[in-house]
Design a protein around this ligand. Sequence first.
Ligand code: FES
Length: 121
Amino acid sequence: MVKAKIAIASDISTDKVLKATANGKAVLVAKVGDSYCAIDNKCPHLGLPMAKGKFENGIITCPFHGSKFEICTGKNVEWVDSFAGIPLPGVAKKMMAMGKSPTDAPSFAVTQEGNDLFIEV
Ligand code: FES
């Protein structure tokens, strides 16, 4: 494990995610309440980037098929719900899931030193 700086705390707002790179890994950094959180930018469904997804109330929505994850824990709260923002009916959701079961996204504990934020990867 390597400790890597991911952001400056004053650059993080509560209404959007910041894409950062830590030791070659792309992560998303956000502030939820008084806490800083980080999650893998790769969606566990098909490995596509979630950085351009909607972020609201601590939840990041994958822009490709609508899976939703708590940014502080990585917990999956919705699995394959839409295609490019268009809601899918039940059968289409199953087809779009491509046999993959709901999976949490890797999340990372964020530590703060002064104004700098770090994770271990
Ligand atoms: S790649 Fe994210 S939900 Fe499919």
